[in-house]
Ligand binder design. Structure first.
Ligand SMILES: [Zn+2]
Length: 324
């Protein structure tokens, strides 16, 4: 009797339990950081650079989540000579357990320079990176287009993709596109352009406090866009840069994202989601989120894109830029 009843009960439990407990969204995100070793290398005081870099590395280590960093090798050079102390900055990223990828030699815009020059910039962008990774039995495997400009025609996109594939690279898309760079330009302008007074400290604090909720609003927006387009929250890919702002605010940003229910994953785990095999339907001159490129491939109406958070005017003014 008991033998007959128990299997029936077990089956009953297995059938009822999933319906009674709806699965929460599996929120995952991969962090990518561009313009290594330092975003505004030319404009950063050589004496300040080691301190700022050390602050960023300390924040990245404290946050303790996976990162893929993307290198511009022109930033390793002074007057055409690679500077060992700048290569050492990249070693710090590897020592911390982060990945490094190629972001072209001179941060070139594919849409401006054309395919042959772009391919040269990819090859020139791994002259230090490839041997650096070989020291650790690794090869470069990620590529990020500067300005996220990935080609204006299907032919150009396919040509770049084939060129990258032949050199062992995968394209690293971005889904949480954002104006972090505007906050960062503002932060650096205030830090470098104003005397070290309580007023400067207050403005830096205001930027820090404005940056995190702005980024979380962007994340919420792209989560909604993902659900609207795909029917689920895909593993997102976040774009940041190596700069003073993240040296100060990265730990708070990561904590804020965690409080949204996200867990942090490596880029290759995020990209296992089948959405990343979708068609990039964007044909314009800029570099939008891949979520919106896939929406364009489905010819979504203009209203689909409404409601994206904007960088506040006061931040644009401090950054000295007209628009995002
Ligand atoms: Zn970049």
């Amino acid at each position: 009797m008991i033998r007959q009843l128990l299997p029936g009960l077990l089956v009953l439990c297995a059938c009822v339990a999933p319906a009674a407990q709806p699965t929460p969204p599996d929120r995952r995100i991969a962090v990518t950081i561009d313009d290594l070793p330092w975003q505004r290398m030319q404009r950063t005081d050589a004496a300040a650079l080691p301190v700022r870099h050390a602050q960023l590395m300390a924040s990245l280590r404290e946050a303790g989540v996976p990162v893929a960093g993307f290198v511009n090798e022109d930033k390793l050079e002074v007057d055409g000579e690679v500077q060992p102390e700048r290569v050492a900055m990249l070693r710090d990223w590897l020592d911390a357990g982060f990945e490094l990828g190629n972001h072209t030699y001179g941060h070139v815009d594919l849409h401006a320079v054309g395919l042959p020059a772009f391919e040269q910039a990819i090859v020139r962008g791994e002259r230090t990176l490839r041997p650096l990774l070989a020291e650790r039995d690794a090869t470069p495997r990620w590529f990020r287009h500067p300005y996220l400009r990935a080609g204006r025609t299907p032919d150009d996109k396919a040509a770049v993709a084939a060129f990258l594939d032949a050199r062992g690279y995968r394209i690293a898309p971005v889904t949480v596109d954002n104006g972090e760079w505007v906050f960062a330009f503002a932060y650096a302008n205030v830090l470098d352009g104003q005397p070290d007074t309580p007023a400067r400290a207050a403005t830096l604090e205001r930027l820090h406090r404005g940056y995190v909720p702005y980024m979380l609003a962007k994340l919420d927006y792209y989560e909604r866009q993902s659900i609207a387009l795909l029917g689920y929250a895909l593993p997102q890919v976040l774009l940041l840069h190596a700069n003073e702002l993240n040296a100060a605010a990265y730990v708070d940003l990561v904590e804020g994202i965690r409080r949204r229910g996200y867990r942090f994953v490596a880029l290759d785990e995020a990209m296992r989601d089948p959405a990343y095999a979708r068609e990039d339907g964007y044909r314009g001159r800029y570099g939008p989120s891949w979520l919106h490129r896939w929406a364009m491939a489905e010819a979504k109406p203009k209203t689909f894109y409404a409601g994206e958070p904007e960088v506040p005017r006061w931040v644009l003014d401090l950054a000295g830029v007209d628009s995002e």
